[in-house]
Ligand binder design. Structure first.
Ligand SMILES: C=C(OP(=O)(O)O)C(=O)O
Length: 576
């Protein structure tokens, strides 16, 4: 029996057999060629096959999962379609009369050195993408592209072990037989993890070197929730694992029973459990009977995958459709939150060295009134068809909020002038996702009807930790007491002013934190749709009164490990 520890990527239990995925080795031996033009033609046709296959994968990801997943392939397609990058490779083939695989490898390694030398975490993360594209174009060139990495393996309970998996690898894997993924590289926000979550299978990533210890066909037990993999387990290990797997299955059915019921703590405090939405798939599968509304409707997808700005009419139809689907339940539409890690070609945004602190979200909207007004009119009009609310992201001072509200008034005047129906008294709220908004929450609360805490960004900005940077993920911690105390401050200031407060970042559904949210009186938790049942179930196990005192103690402790220990103790007491 051998235990491998990695990062908890996607949770879940899987028992099966190992299949080791070893990638086509990029040749390092230089070959002289006679006919550079023929070599270039072969390269170009491999590249265009690869670009085409990425287009198909993007379409499939969009259809089956959504815009966010499709964007992974679009990013690869962008690199593979970069003529400047490939022109330099062709130039090498011509002038040095070397084979295309060698020329690609040279260019790849030059680019890697340049990116390594830059002090820009975003560009550094692009390094992996560039490496993968180069590797896949080479594989295509050598006739090894587009293969399902586990096609040859027998059995239908396969757990794939790899150094790393590209998004394309992940999608090509035979889903019917794939039960789990284990990779040496990658962090908890890697593409592998995102795709594993979508497929509903466990993923353990960032294990460090381990492939040499795994053989095809080895018996494997994988626990994605704890990031643990057991190879060739003994009888006791197998039994313990199967018992845990069974318990998890029973819990799943309890969660499913809670989905359509209101969530209330044991002592009667109600918490709305909404869903996050914002891509085609989540709109299509949205079921208002299984949640209390939409707590975060991301609108970026309407702007992505387009050649130009989406029109008012186009946006209105989407918002209206969702408002109607939500029935009388709330639909909180967040205005465009582009910039940072999300870029759009046609917007011609400047390349920045620090995009998360740069020109993004409300900053862009306030500086481009026409863009903002178009969206505001579409949302106001959709307000006639349901319980629509409007939410501004990335607010850092009162002036921004007042400017955004004055833009909203201007949008109303425009609709009045055009005699188009809209919801005049639409509730206005903000995302609280910056320390500035937290510290000003007593003032901001006087100008809004709700807050929604964007904890994904709030953790990043409070702890000064880039949420995309693997190297500092150990600091990106939802249990950092500065974050938890910030959330307490926001709740207090909201409630003192009669303002509702929700959480729409990933922490909203983090089991160990849900008792804390109840204690702080969070009115609404907005979570990924599959997590509604679990979130409601946990709320139902908590006594708000009992948790209040413990929460105060915990927030006073100052020690993250102590706080975590207390939180997992509480979960244990709740039988979770
Ligand atoms: C929900 C949030 O926003 P984003 O869409 O940036 O994850 C957040 O920051 O918590």
């Amino acid at each position: 029996m051998k235990v491998i520890k990695g990062l908890a990527g996607a949770s879940g239990y899987a028992a099966g057999h190992a299949v080791v995925f070893s990638r086509t080795v990029i040749p390092t031996d230089k070959k002289k060629i006679e006919d550079p033009e023929a070599e270039i033609t072969a390269l170009e046709s491999a590249r265009s096959r690869y670009v085409r296959s990425l287009g198909l994968l993007a379409e499939r990801a969009r259809r089956e999962h959504g815009e966010q997943e499709a964007a992974i392939f679009e990013a690869y397609r962008e690199i593979a379609s970069d003529d400047v990058f490939f022109d330099e490779i062709k130039e090498k083939i011509r002038t040095e009369r070397v084979d295309a695989s060698w020329a690609i490898e040279q260019k790849r390694s030059e680019t890697e050195s340049v990116l390594d030398g830059l002090d820009d975490p975003y560009l550094k993360t692009r390094k992996d993408d560039i490496n993968n594209v180069c590797r896949e174009v080479t594989a295509e060139l050598q006739g090894a592209g587009a293969a399902d990495p586990i096609a040859e393996a027998g059995g239908d309970d396969l757990i794939v072990f790899a150094e790393d998996l590209t998004p394309a690898d992940t999608v090509r894997l035979d889903r019917a037989r794939l039960k789990g993924m284990v990779t040496e590289k990658g962090g908890v926000t890697s593409h592998t993890v995102i795709l594993a979550k979508l497929l509903g299978i466990p993923a353990i990533v960032g294990t460090g070197p381990m492939l040499s210890e795994v053989q095809n066909g080895d018996e494997v037990l994988a626990d994605g929730g704890s990031g643990t993999v057991v190879l060739s387990p003994d009888a006791a290990g197998r039994q313990g694992f199967l018992a845990k797997q069974k318990k998890a299955g029973l819990r799943e059915s309890l969660y499913a029973e809670c989905r359509a019921k209101p969530a209330r703590t044991r002592d009667g405090f109600s918490v709305r459990v909404d869903v996050n939405s914002g891509d085609k798939e989540s709109i299509e599968t949205f079921n208002a009977d299984e949640c209390d509304g939409v707590g975060l409707f991301r609108t970026e997808f309407l702007y992505m995958g387009q050649k130009d700005y989406p029109s008012e009419e186009f946006q209105f139809e989407v918002y209206r459709g969702m408002a109607e689907k939500a029935g009388g339940k709330e639909l909180i539409i967040r205005t465009l939150d582009i910039g940072g890690d999300k870029q759009l070609d046609y917007m011609d945004l400047p390349k920045e060295s620090n995009p998360f602190l740069g020109f993004r979200a409300i900053r862009i909207c306030l500086s481009r009134p026409e863009l903002f007004q178009t969206q505001l009119r579409a949302i106001l009009r959709a307000g006639v068809y349901g319980n629509v609310k409007i939410m501004f992201p990335m607010i850092v001072n009162l002036e921004e909020l007042l400017q955004a509200k004055s833009q909203l008034e201007a949008a109303k005047r425009e609709l009045d002038g055009r005699q188009i129906a809209y919801r005049r008294d639409i509730p206005v709220g903000i995302m609280v996702e910056t320390p500035a908004a937290v510290l000003l929450s007593d003032i901001l609360a006087k100008h809004v009807s709700f807050f929604s805490i964007g904890s994904n960004d709030l953790i990043q900005y409070t702890t000064a930790t880039d949420r995309m940077n693997e190297k500092v993920q150990y600091l990106y911690d939802s249990c950092n007491l500065s974050v938890l105390r910030s959330i307490r401050m926001v709740c207090r200031n909201a409630h003192a002013n009669g303002v509702q407060v929700g959480i729409c970042g990933e922490t909203a559904s983090e089991p160990r934190l849900i008792p804390l949210w109840c204690a702080l009186g969070v009115d609404e938790l907005s979570v990924a749709p599959p997590l509604v049942g679990r979130t409601k179930y946990i709320v139902g196990q908590v006594s708000k009164k009992e948790m209040e005192e413990r929460t105060e103690k915990l927030l006073a402790s100052g020690s993250i490990p102590e706080a975590k220990q207390e939180l997992s103790g509480i979960l244990g007491e709740l039988g979770l």
